[in-house]
Design a protein around this ligand. Sequence first.
Ligand code: BES
Ligand code: ZN
Ligand code: ZN
Length: 456
Amino acid sequence: MPLAVSVQAGEATGGEGGSFRLDALAEGAAPGEAKFRAEAAGGRVVFRGTISTRDAESIRSAAASVVDEASRLELEQVSVAIPPLAELDLEQFFIGLHLAGYRFDQYRQASKPEHPCPASVLVETAVDASGALARALAISSAVALARDLVNEPPSVMTPSRFAEIAGSVAASSGLQIRVWDEEECRRERLGGLLGVAAGSVQPPRVVKASYVPGGAKERVALVGKGITFDSGGLSLKQPGSMMTMKTDMSGAAAVLAALSALPALGLGVEVHGYMMLTENLPSGSAQKPGDVLITRSGKTIEVLNTDAEGRLVLADGLTLAVEEGCGTVVDIATLTGACVVALGDEVAGVMGNDEALVEALREAGTKAAEPCWPLPLPERYESDIKSEIADMKNIGKAGSAGAITAGLLLQRFVSGARWAHLDVAGPARAESNRGWIRQGGTGFGVMTFLSWLAGL
Ligand code: BES
Ligand code: ZN
Ligand code: ZN
């Protein structure tokens, strides 16, 4: 974490010297008004602005404007004085500071490619905010982990490298972990994952990370799509669409990242995360359009487009999760371009076989400032994935409800469990900096999961 945030309780006096003072913090501003102006006054920089206390988005974006302004002025240290404001959720303010201070610049040689973000922010509060800061640090470190995993180049972040990192994350955060190598994937008949992996020299991996607190009443599984690079396979993508396809493991990254925060947050839910990791590449050994895969469940899928690979690996992941006996299963995936067409690049699609679960995730997303919007799974579209020779095919009708037909296919692998699916193809990645969201992998889903799990 490049930016260190600390708190000091007591009289909110503001900083000295080249520091900021946030001395005009008022309720009632519209989200768009959560901006601050820095001005020189009496030998120091005074920071004036208003903040809406209504929602996480505006609190975080106010915090982000502190970081952005400090960065523009190249201030090393910033202090922010916050007057007593009962409704202000300081946890969100701290998350906004941390996430706006996120940088991924280890591949740059130039020492100052852009304005550096401040090294530290001291937040002076009228109340003791150390608990809120500790929670915010756990949450934003998890988001930063997800962003780091996504932002690494695809030839670095291979399935085996992801699994290695998962091992060290599990060791340092206190999770149980199990990794399936290619041989075990074969032994466990993970036909969906192996079909996608067939074209690559990089072997696939399944990572299972578990958080098992004493006395848990709920058992939940999270399943993440982890395509460390999606070229489309033999149904090759156009160069333009391939440029961002290192992002296609964002689901797996969000699952590992959310799990990594659970011990520190001390949540009372048992959570098992399954990360389905492989590349999707063309080669002489790649699966071909027309091939039929036998998934772990025994159900067969005719692969008519090798670029619709996410559902193939998730089919096996969902089966593993259901076999584990988790009554509630949620998957997260950069699954379809169709979802981006429907909802754009800031809103995720949420679907499932249980209305209350879908609604709970949508609410958690709203609290976490990660908007998720429900899409239906109408039975009438089941015929779109009917295959001539297998139990189903991996594509629907061209140009017709692509996010939904993908969801309908997934639904066939979760019978007996409450299940929901998050399609994050749009919001998993940002093309430019937007306050607390930085260009690149966003870590979308991590905070939705943490907010949802905290409410169980
Ligand atoms: N990884 C892509 C989906 C995607 C698209 C993610 C854009 C992020 C941004 C997925 O594997 C894919 O290629 N899906 C195809 C499915 C189609 C062939 C049925 C798509 O959406 O075009
Ligand atoms: Zn694809
Ligand atoms: Zn994909």
